[in-house]
Design a protein around this ligand. Sequence first.
Ligand code: ACO
Length: 402
Amino acid sequence: AIDIAKLRGQSGYITLDPGFKNTGSTESAITFLDGEKGILRYRGYPIEQLAEHSNFIEVAYLLINGKLPNRHELDQFQGTINRHSLVHENMKLMLQAFPAHAHPMGVLSSLMASLSTFYPESQNPHRAPEMVNLTIIRLLSKMPTLAAMAHRNSSGAPIMYPKNSLGYLENFLYMMFGMPTEEFSIDPVIVDALDKLLILHADHEQNCSTSTVRIVGSSQANLYSSISAGVSALWGPLHGGANQAVIEMLENIKADGGNIEKWIDKAKDKDDSFRLMGFGHRVYKNFDPRAKIIKKAADDVLNKLGINDPVLEIAKKLEEIALQDEYFVQRNLYPNVDFYSGIIYRALGIPTEMFTVMFALGRLPGWIAQWKEMTERKEPIGRPRQVYIGENVRDYVHMADR
Ligand code: ACO
């Protein structure tokens, strides 16, 4: 705590920590992260084990309820989610009002916020636990529908209604890629890869979007609006938007003749605002454990699907060169979760503009779990202080005298 505030005529001590680099905002029992050692656990379970053995819906249950479900609990959870996947028909009218080139993250955050208007009971801050549970189910259930709708609208394709006999991710892929005139089938390799990716994105303690969800929720704003705010926070290229930016960067390097050194020099140049996208992390000062798993998954998935993507080779080479470069070594800059994820999404046929939407789908259970923990702990409204550095008191000057 420093006394700057006092020096400037304010009373009391204020901790000044721009970017909250060293400030904890809460106690939490959801995700454990050791950035020095590169460890990540959800509710105590190592991320490596969950990525290997679990599936996304089971991980969502784990994050939100704090324990792994038994067979009955999982079936019930999955079944309830399936039953709520339709959205109000008027949402289609809202969708049509967006321009054709609308970025799906802009569309998704708007549609998520609008859910609160279709379910006004969610706006009551003194909600019964059953109402909270129903809102959670609706969010998990409707976000894939809305995300797929955003994609279909931008590509001019007809909206596909959810098919509740399908699993969570199959249903999403059906709404993304199915056609009313054709039978739908999906390669299980694609579903497995997506499961793994979404598990790896499902929570990451007090990151920018999660802190946003908690702080918006702390004013007792409804959960739909809090999640919509999280989607908006995720969109930025320094956070979830990095996955789209990585592919665009790798494509640019390819178009530039594969001159990786030139781009690394550009990232090191302090007069150039360019950064190596998908590199560096606020907390990991060692390898991001998620990036390790994703790098291997990228090789596996591309091999299984028989895809040869030259951009994967550029990514690997770039990583190799950067990890030997003094600039990156000194600053502990390693590939993060977004460095290889875009290459897998691309292999699965997901369009580049949808990459950050995929991240949002994955992060949704984490946002929900964190919001739930915050409300159950009855945390106070989030309200940081500041150190005022503006003008001292001065008298109003009338227009004629300025
Ligand atoms: N390329 C080049 N230099 C970098 C990079 C990078 N990707 N990341 C950090 N640096 C440098 C900074 O310029 C700074 O150098 P300096 O000490 O000479 O001034 C030093 O490393 C420390 O960087 P900060 O910006 O202070 O680190 P911070 O913790 O604030 O930022 C962040 C972390 C935003 C992730 C940053 O590393 C970055 O911009 N990375 C690229 C974007 C990205 O991949 N974001 C996704 C993060 S993962 C996620 O959100 C899911």
